[in-house]
Design a binder for this molecule. Structure first.
Ligand code: ZN
Length: 214
């Protein structure tokens, strides 16, 4: 290794790039495409990071509408289908006296997905429009989305519990509705959106601002 990474300066400034697979850093001009250590593809930033993040976020935004409006489950009782959306399910839980479960479902199924989409959209838009929002705050919000993202499947788990605890009669069948598929798409696309976003873009922005001031 000829170059030694200098702390406080970005890899791009120093002509270096980090391999995400083995953690080895190398000189960009000597190894433009592949990591010299593990020979996997290497680049200074995730390719088309913002475009991928926006594409996944737009998909999530589209599918969150049917996820909340359409029935997530159908209960078949005495040959009659009873549709339940997320919201009507929450109201039924409150009516049944299960307020604590209703609060969990409300947070996991409504608050969390909206928060994830909104937070990621704000961060990605700040990078896109080069808005000088505090990088620390953006990174903090992103970390929060990542932590919540790990628990995203909880939303679906809660719905399956909701299905299990519902008792509307002895002869009861439960079928998933269109909203269940939409909700799964929202969970997956928000996970992919966070995964596609290269947080180093936030810091590139401060670099660009510093250079424009000089
Ligand atoms: Zn490597």
């Amino acid at each position: 290794m000829n170059n030694i990474a200098v702390p406080g300066k970005t890899g791009i400034e120093q002509g270096l790039q980090l391999c995400n697979n083995c953690g080895h850093f190398s000189v960009k001009k000597d190894n433009p495409l592949y990591c010299p250590n593990c020979e996997s593809r290497i680049s200074q930033r995730i390719h088309h990071s913002l475009q991928k993040t926006f594409a996944f976020l737009i998909t999530a935004t589209i599918f969150i509408i049917p996820a909340n409006l359409y029935p997530i489950t159908y209960f078949l009782k005495n040959n009659v289908l009873y549709p339940d959306s997320i919201f009507s399910g929450i109201l039924s839980l409150i009516d049944s006296g299960m307020v604590s479960i209703a609060i969990i479902v409300f947070i996991a199924s409504i608050i969390v997905p909206f928060f994830k989409i909104l937070a990621l959209a704000v961060i990605a838009l700040c990078v896109h429009f080069q808005h000088n929002l505090s990088p620390q705050k953006q990174l903090w919000a992103f970390k929060l989305v990542e932590i919540i993202g790990k628990w995203s499947i909880l939303d679906l788990f809660v719905i399956s519990i909701m299905v299990a605890v519902f008792d509307k009669g002895q002869m009861l069948s439960v079928y998933p509705g269109f909203a269940a598929t939409s909700f799964t798409i929202v969970v997956l696309t928000t996970l992919f959106a966070a995964h596609s976003f290269d947080t180093r873009l936030i810091w590139d922005l401060t670099l660009n601002h510093d250079q424009s001031k000089q």
